[in-house]
Design a protein around this ligand. Structure first.
Ligand code: FAD
Length: 217
């Protein structure tokens, strides 16, 4: 099989080919970094996203350069990274990080028409915080007009993962430096009600129980 731009060349044993694993990483992530070239210069912009089946949905202001470039069909590279641990080896060289990451290449298409845009925004909000769309005020005409939504097909992707303890050289195993991993994870804190809101009320279940890895597309 010929190598493509999604073929992982560096440490290929870390390649993940299972689509379900790749999708689970996208479903746990919240922020993507979108790379594209605009007027000859590279940009890598952080932005929110959700996976909806076999596409990624991104949205933003119609005034955003990122959204305009995507809507115009720019060749894009979208990366999602979940950082799982610092890997502290005996040797400086073998220090590393445990992670799960996905790189998606492709061109986005704008979602046109008020109805389709509204549906895509509902999907976006429901994937990010299930239960939220029914509670929030829906976008009005002006807000809808000011918002661009694009979809990008999940076709050309790669997925890479490092897990486990450090991988030191055999001759370093007796070196006295502490060796191991420090795990890292994104957790939702206790919800804090807007101080300007009254009456005070507890957060609803969909807020109180929200965790990044509990979402499902
Ligand atoms: C949290 C984190 C920390 C990292 N720290 C370092 C570091 O300090 N130094 C370092 O050299 N590398 C680090 N990496 C790995 C880095 O992402 C690259 O995989 C590596 O540098 C090889 O780059 P390359 O251009 O030679 O990749 P190649 O293997 O040539 O890439 C070919 C193709 O493989 C795919 N690919 C490559 N890397 C990834 C990836 N991470 N996720 C999904 N698809 C991928 C892409 O489709 C890419 O086009 C880190 C990764 C993560 C997620």
């Amino acid at each position: 099989v010929a190598a493509t731009r999604t073929t992982i060349r560096r440490i290929p044993k870390r390649t993940v080919t299972d689509r379900a694993q790749m999708e689970a990483i996208l479903d746990e992530g919240i922020v993507a970094h979108v790379g594209f070239v605009h007027d000859g210069a590279p940009f890598v912009m952080p932005t929110g996203y959700v996976r909806d089946g076999e596409r990624l949905l991104l949205h933003g202001s119609t005034a955003s350069r990122l959204m305009q470039a995507l809507a115009a069909g720019a060749d894009a590279c979208i990366t999602v990274t979940l950082l799982d641990a610092l890997v502290l080896a005996r040797s400086a060289f073998h220090h590393s990080m445990n992670y799960r990451s996905v790189v998606v290449f492709g061109r986005a298409t704008p979602i046109e028409g008020d109805e389709a845009k509204m549906a895509a925004l509902a999907t976006y909000m429901e994937r990010l915080v299930p239960g939220r769309w029914d509670e929030a005020r829906r976008p009005n005409r002006k807000e809808l007009a000011a918002t661009m939504v694009v979809e990008l097909p999940l076709v050309e992707w790669s997925c890479k993962q490092r897990a486990g303890p450090p991988a030191d050289e055999p001759e370093d195993m007796a070196w006295p430096a502490w060796s191991g991993i420090v795990s890292l994870a994104l957790h939702a804190g206790k919800p804090e009600q807007d101080p300007t809101q009254s009456p005070k009320k507890p957060a609803p279940g969909h807020v109180a129980q929200w965790q990044p890895n509990r979402r499902r597309a």
